[in-house]
Structures are given as C-alpha cells and as structure tokens.
Design a protein around this ligand. Structure first.
Ligand code: SF4
Length: 458
C-alpha cells in the first residue's frame, strides 16, 4: 500500500496546479482576510487579549487533571451524565449503548470536528441510524459524500455554482439556484429533521470547570435547535476544551469569533448547564457529556508540545499557511489540517505515521503570528522534526547527505576539488529528483565566486 507521505506528495502535486481550486480558495480566504482585518479592530488591545488568553490556557494545562475533575463533578451536579473515553472505540461504544437503550432512529448533528475524529457518521450509518448534519457547510459536504475540507469552513473548496449543481443532482433544485434559495431550501428540509430527531449530537467549544457547563458558539441557529428539540443530547468533547471560569468566555468568545470569521461575536452563543429542569418547557431531558482523550494525554506528556492543546480550532493558521493555500485540505488525510493539524496529528490515535506533515512547512511563522492563543506553531513543527529525525532510521539517506554537505561546505578546498563539469554531471544524473522538475536546471559556474574574487585586483 502506498504510504500516506507518498499520497500527500502526489495529491499536492495535482492540487497545487489546479487553477480552479486555487481560484476558489483564494477568493474564500481573501474574503476571510478582509473580514478578520476589520474584526481585529474590535479589540482595543488585541496583543494584550492574546497574552491573557494564552495565560489562561497555560493555567488550564497546569491544572489539567484538577479542572477536568472539577468539570465532571459540577456537570454531574447539574444533572448531566459524564462518561470518559480514551479512544474512538470507547466513544462509539458509549454512543451505541445510548442508541440501543433509547431505540434511536434519527439524529441531528451540530458541526463538530470530534465527531469526524471518531467517524461518528460512519458508525451511525452502519447502525442504520439516519444522521443529518445541520450546519450548512457540513450539510453540503455530507451531501457530496465528502469530509470537511477545513476545520471551520467545511465547504470552503466549493464554488456557489458547484453547490447549485449538487442540489440539482440530489434534490432537483434549479442548477442556477442562488445561495439564498439553497439556504432557504435547506432550512425547510432540516426543520422537519429537527422535529423528528430523537437525539442531538454536539461538540463543545469550551468546558467550564467552575459551573460544569458546555459552551457552544455558532452562526446559523442550527446548534440551538440541535440541543433544544431532541429529547436526548450527547456532547462529545475533547478534554482540552477546558476554561476555568464562566467569566473567561468574556475574552474567549470574541477572540474565537474574530479569528474564526472576523465577527465581533458569533450570532448564537449558548451555555448548557445540564438537561432541562422541570420548570423549563424545552431542552433535552437527558444530557450525556463524553470526555474524549484520543491522543491528547500523549500530547500533554510532551512538555513543549502540550502548548498545542491550547488551540481554539479557529482555523486562522490554516488560512494563513502558504502550504495549506496551495495543497488544500484534502491532501493532509487527517481530521485536523494546516499547521495545527501538522503539529498534533502524529500524536492523535491511529495517526503515528503522519509525522511527515511536519516537513510540509516553509517555517515562515505566519501561523504563529495569527494564532489568537500565541501557540508557537512553527517552533512546534521544528521540535517534531527533530524528534522524528532523531528516532528514525528511514531518514538515513538524508542524514548521510547533510553530513557530507556540512563537511564539504565547511572546507572550501574540498568543495572545489570537484570540477564544475562533474558537479553539473552529478546534478543532471541525481539532482533532478531533489531539485524537482519545475525549476530551471542548476548549472554550476565555470569558476566559483571565491576563485573569481581571488583573481580580482584592487
Ligand atoms: S493553532 Fe491557533 S490559529 Fe491554529 S486553529 Fe488553533 S487557535 Fe486557531
């Protein structure tokens, strides 16, 4: 079987030269850039806000175990059932039990990358449970039989024309339907599903330890319907989603909104503190929170790498990354893509072979610049590279090359012992593979700069 690294290279080669893909991506990221630039002015002192947020998240990592236990205790106190899952198998086992006990046939889902991590839709399909994504972008990719292209904007790779074609194919809508018409159609279509679904799934943007609450943020109102209509709510949350106090949302919600979409604050922000009380007319009668590890404690054990657990999943580093912008989301073959995906994927369950993604970076540092939590992403990429190189035998050829490169570059005499003619011969025989087919041939000059300089008379 072809290795994932080879697949990555082959896909990148294809996607990077796909003009249509590039045009759509450039347009969508261009719109995002404009909105975020404007949105950042909402903060009087953005740097200070980032610094504060980073410190709060550092505190969460320092007190990781205590805050998790505190969240669990308080969530139980609110009437939630809290389950712990160390891997995807555990999550699906818990979900399977709920589905069987409650005889669930239809579920609605709010956008959640964790559900992608555990392949929830695949599991539901296998168990003959109808599952509907209710975020418009997610609905589109589900309809197309695809996975989310981007952690925040799942259908970023699609043009409005291709979406209209898709709805024509699946629902017979006019193939020139406008985005507003498609949105209105989806709203009606999903309204019926919300009303008939017995269970709703959500992720969690934040887990508030102080109150045992789940905080969710969204723009379409589909999340509110997901957790208020069905009688059972299952929240699958990564254990790193912690915030110590409710007041912290004051900082984190706007910070996430600005970096995610350029908004001051997203349209709908909800805090769920347990199932509906007797006095409340709507809301689920049962609320289960599944705290999912999935490799996060492995990441936590690495003292430097654990900073990646501070991520808010805002997507800013993806939009800034020159590699992501060229190769696109699907080349990565991982749930999390772009710089943050490259950093964390090799620690996540079942992804030990994804270390090569750390080398798919120009290390320009733009990801670090834009991160609202100040995660030093490009440094973490370098740390992972070092770790891979030190532990790998498969890079023997590369190590041999660089050892010799260093040896020759440090001794000019050695470097000049080989004539330009032989250097050019070696380049044309072995170098093309390294140099790549898209660059002009590398031709060595008849004499080196050093030799020319020596001849110069002043
Ligand atoms: S690493 Fe930073 S920029 Fe990237 S998704 Fe996470 S919070 Fe956003």
């Amino acid at each position: 079987m072809e290795s994932k690294a080879k697949i990555f290279q082959a896909k990148s080669e294809k996607v990077a030269f796909d003009r249509d893909h590039r045009k759509i991506l450039n347009y969508n990221i261009g719109q995002y850039d404009k909105a975020v630039k404007k949105g950042k002015h909402f903060f009087r002192d953005l740097e200070n806000a980032r610094e504060q947020a980073s410190k709060i998240k550092d505190y969460c990592l320092q007190e990781f175990d205590q805050l998790l236990i505190k969240f669990e205790k308080n969530a139980r106190g609110n009437g939630c059932e809290v389950e712990w899952a160390s891997n995807a198998h555990d999550v699906l086992k818990i979900v399977g039990k709920i589905l069987a006990a409650e005889d669930i046939r239809t579920v609605v889902k709010m956008k959640s990358m964790i559900s992608e991590e555990v392949e929830l839709n695949h599991f539901l399909h296998k168990n003959k449970v109808e599952s509907f994504e209710t975020d418009l972008g997610e609905f589109i990719v589900q309809l197309a039989g695809e996975k989310p292209y981007h952690i925040l904007t799942p259908a970023m790779h699609k043009s409005k024309e291709s979406v209209a074609e898709l709805f024509n194919l699946k629902f017979g809508l006019d193939n020139t339907a406008k985005p507003e018409e498609i949105t209105a159609f989806v709203r009606d279509f999903l309204r019926a599903k919300f009303m008939s679904a017995e269970l709703g799934f959500t992720g969690a943007n934040f887990l508030i330890a102080e109150t045992g609450s789940v905080a969710l943020t969204e723009n379409e109102g589909n999340g509110m319907l997901t957790f208020s209509w069905p009688k059972i709510l299952v929240v699958i949350a990564g254990i790193e989603r912690l915030l110590p106090e409710l007041n912290d949302l004051d900082l984190f919600w706007p910070l996430l909104a600005v970096h995610g979409t350029g908004q001051h604050v997203t349209a709908y922000n909800s805090i769920l503190s347990g199932p509906a009380k007797d006095s409340e007319g709507d809301g689920p009668s049962r609320m289960v929170v599944i705290l999912f590890d999935g490799g996060r404690t492995k990441l936590f054990q690495e003292s430097e790498m654990r900073q990646a657990l501070k991520c808010l999943r805002c997507g800013a580093c993806l939009n800034a990354c020159p590699i992501y912008k060229n190769v696109g989301g699907y080349t990565y073959q991982t749930t999390y893509t772009g710089p943050i995906g490259s950093v964390i994927s090799m620690y996540m369950d079942g992804n030990a072979d994804m270390g090569f993604l750390n080398f798919a970076s120009s290390l320009c540092g733009k990801c670090t610049d834009v991160c609202p939590i100040k995660i030093p992403l490009h440094n973490l990429l370098l740390t992972n590279r070092k770790k891979i190189v030190e532990s790998s035998d498969s890079l023997g050829v590369e190590r041999f090359f660089f050892q010799n490169y260093k040896k020759y570059m440090l001794r000019r005499k050695r470097l000049e012992r080989v004539s330009p003619k032989w250097k050019n011969k070696a380049m044309s025989t072995f170098g093309v593979k390294v140099w790549g087919p898209r660059r002009d041939n590398l031709v060595f000059a008849k004499e080196s700069f050093h030799q020319t300089w020596k001849k110069k008379e002043f």
